[in-house]
Ligand binder design. Structure first.
Ligand code: ZN
Length: 162
């Protein structure tokens, strides 16, 4: 496993559409492991493959609730409901945040790292993270959706110790 370089918002790769993953290969497995390492190292709650420069439809998410990290391959949000508005940030734009409105509940279909088909109903922070990371796969960034100004993030220490 290795820490990969996180691409920043001025880089064109973040604006491209990622390609579907058809088969799991050792190389893709390694990518997923590296994405998890990179996300944890950077203290993020999610990371999408284009953020490490790879245009594949893969995201990893860990909102720090003690659950196993989510690895989603080819995720598709097929139903949403409700609304939530909160601050959002992105590892590709360190130190900034801005207010974004997202659905409060999402239903998502994806494949896991064994390419088994899965479904998940997520709400609140997890729903937000899934929306944010899935957007990355289509070249959409939260700064496109932000309401008002981007602000400097003030990090609060939360003690969701791992
Ligand atoms: Zn992001």
């Amino acid at each position: 496993m290795a820490i990969r370089n996180i691409r920043t918002m001025d880089e064109e790769v973040l604006r491209k559409k990622s390609k579907e993953v058809k088969v799991m290969t050792p190389r893709t497995k390694m990518l997923i492991g590296d994405m998890l390492d990179t996300m944890y190292e950077a203290g993020g709650v999610g990371l999408a493959a284009p953020q490490v420069g790879v245009l594949k439809r893969i995201v990893v998410i860990d909102i720090g609730d003690g659950a196993e990290p989510l690895v989603m391959i080819n995720p598709v949000i097929y139903e949403t409901s409700g609304e939530q508005t909160a601050d959002e940030g992105c590892l590709s734009l360190a130190g900034k945040c801005g207010q974004v409105t997202r659905p409060n509940v999402v239903k998502v279909r994806f494949q896991d790292e064994h390419m088994d088909q899965k479904e998940l109903v997520a709400e609140e922070l997890l729903a937000r993270a899934i929306c944010h990371e899935c957007d990355h796969l289509d070249g959409i960034l939260y700064i496109d959706l932000v309401e008002g100004e981007l602000r400097d993030a003030t990090y609060e220490e939360d003690d969701e110790e791992e």
